[in-house]
Design a protein around this ligand. Structure first.
Ligand SMILES: [Zn+2]
Length: 285
């Protein structure tokens, strides 16, 4: 709590991811787990579902995923505004590890800041806007460039669920290819809403879509679920890549895959347990 209070007070101390090709927690702390329906353990105040608590979640999710190597200087996590479902909260253009509450901006579903005189936003904010616009069930989005998934975004071998924690991946993680969708408009970034809409169409009702040679978009019911999914996605990709090198390998069986609907969560209790653990690892507890 003291550390978090310091981080909030002194930002400097904060130094401490056709339309789709389809080529195919560890030890938790000893504190009591958050009850079902409650938020994770990093929260410093504010009622569950309050704007204050949501803002805290945005900061924590960015810092956790940076600490775990899912995000580096780039990538970002957003959360839908708790009182205005037509808006979402996302940092200004800043490395996720350094994101502070004062960096958070509100955006509408066109991807533009509500305050257009504020600081510079991320260029790829349109990914978030497009997903929130068509997925009422989604309350948090992560765009990342996690290295472990990149080979599967350019290979004919699909990223498939091979470990139990990543069963949300299913057998056919779709790959979105901007160059194929927009011939002659090559762009390294999702720099407008049209590109974002195309990516959201590729995502469909799923939890994840890869972006060829770029990264992924991961969505969930809340930031705790998105953090768990991103970390499990990364671990699954590492295990699958090693398994491929070993030879024949076994994917999760069809019956073991989660529905691609994000409503089919790995489990609130598991997500909260993981959130608490990763908060500790990131120095947020
Ligand atoms: Zn990107």
């Amino acid at each position: 709590m003291l550390r978090r209070a310091l981080l909030n007070a002194v930002p400097e101390l904060g130094i401490l991811a056709n339309c789709c090709a389809t080529p195919f927690a560890d030890v938790a702390s000893q504190t009591e787990l958050a009850p079902r329906g409650a938020r994770g353990a990093c929260a410093t105040g504010g009622q569950v579902g309050s704007l204050e608590a949501t803002r805290s979640d945005v900061v924590d999710a960015n810092r956790i995923l940076a600490h775990e190597g899912i995000l580096d200087a780039f990538g970002h996590v957003s959360v839908r505004h708790p009182d205005r479902p037509d808006r979402f909260l996302l940092s200004r253009a800043r490395a996720p590890e350094l994101v502070h509450d004062s960096d958070l901006l509100e955006f509408d579903l066109s991807g533009e800041p509500v305050d257009n005189k504020g600081p510079t936003p991320y260029i790829e904010r349109y990914i978030h806007a497009a997903v929130y616009a068509v997925r009422e069930d989604v309350s948090s989005v992560c765009h990342n460039h996690a290295p472990a998934i990149l080979p599967f975004s350019v290979s004919m071998t699909p990223l498939s669920g091979v470990i139990h924690a990543a069963r949300f991946l299913g057998a056919d993680v779709p790959v979105w290819d901007l160059a194929r969708e927009f011939p002659g408009e090559w762009s390294p970034l999702v720099r407008n809403l049209e590109y974002g809409d195309s990516l959201a169409e590729c995502l469909g009702a799923g939890s994840i879509a890869l972006m060829r040679g770029h990264g992924s978009v991961v969505v969930g019911n809340d930031p705790q679920e998105v953090v768990s999914r991103c970390i499990s996605m990364d671990k699954n990709a590492r295990v699958q890549e090693i398994a491929i090198r070993l030879g024949d390998y076994t994917r999760l069986h069809e019956g073991e895959y989660e529905s691609r609907s994000s409503a089919a969560s790995f489990g609130r209790a598991s997500d909260n347990r993981a959130w608490e653990y990763f908060c500790r690892r990131a120095g947020l507890l």
